[in-house]
Ligand binder design. Structure first.
Ligand SMILES: [Zn+2]
Length: 255
């Protein structure tokens, strides 16, 4: 049966197939011309067809090539890119979690999303690391944007950070804005979420409003942080990101 093959090398690059008519797709075939070196992970069906994730070894035939997962966003149809994220997270999980953190014995695959210890029987599931990202606005025309040190391009994005143990996500939102900018916020509202497989995050998007304080940039993480008017926006992150979805939504509101 024809199957979508989500295949990764040890650098976590994914195999894509160049189509004769231009563009790329995930290899879709009964069998595949590459050497599978891992167990096969069964993914949810895609477009009504089976989908599998594997690790591979060796050379690819000329019709296939490797792509960074992030770069595959601009090459693949969106549903294939989206499924590739889940495939990458599961392959990383099954490849990297080899020994039990409790007793040190080997772990083996139990289900497609879990592993079990061959010694003590402890079972673990593919982890998800939640992170928040928040658009803070002031009045109706101003938005708080920050340039992080780790951004690949010189654009301005939103305040973001990981959820810490023992806190609610609303507390994370308040804490991150306070830590990075020194500002107090109010009216925190959940927007939507997005799996972010770099390597296993779940991005939770929020809107919030400025309450009080002066911007004090946290210099370890940020190069700059300031208010921008909606009519004079700097370069902002690309369409794929939750930051951009929040900004596009906010920019579509009353002008
Ligand atoms: Zn164990």
């Amino acid at each position: 049966m024809k199957t979508y093959w989500f295949a990764f090398n040890e650098k976590s690059e994914i195999v894509v197939e160049k189509k004769a008519e231009g563009g790329y797709r995930i290899p879709f075939a009964e069998t595949v011309p590459f050497a599978i070196k891992s167990e096969t992970i069964t993914l949810p069906e895609l477009n009504g067809c089976p989908a599998k994730a594997v690790s591979i070894d060796g050379e690819l035939p000329s019709t296939l090539e490797f792509s960074g997962l992030r770069d595959s966003y601009v090459k693949l149809p969106f549903d294939e890119y989206y499924a590739a994220g889940k495939a990458a997270e599961l392959i990383n999980f099954h490849t990297n979690i080899r020994f039990c953190s409790h007793c040190g014995k080997e772990m083996e695959k139990k289900t497609d999303i879990s592993r079990v210890c061959t010694g003590c029987g402890r079972e673990i599931w593919a982890p998800v690391q939640p992170a928040i990202i928040v658009l803070v606005s002031r009045d109706k025309d101003e938005v708080l944007l920050a340039r992080a040190k780790n951004f690949r391009r010189p654009y301005y994005g939103l305040i973001a950070g990981f959820v810490e143990t023992g806190e609610s996500i609303e507390e994370t939102v308040r804490r991150e804005v306070m830590e990075e900018t020194g500002l107090k916020i109010k009216n925190i509202r959940y927007y939507k979420s997005q799996p972010w497989p770099y390597p296993n995050n779940l991005m939770l998007g929020f809107f919030a409003e400025y309450e009080s304080g002066e911007i004090k940039v946290q210099e370890e993480e940020l190069l700059d942080c300031r208010w921008f008017n909606r009519h004079a926006m700097p370069e902002i992150p690309g369409k794929l990101s939750m930051a951009r979805m929040l900004l596009d939504e906010w920019l579509s509101w009353e002008k």
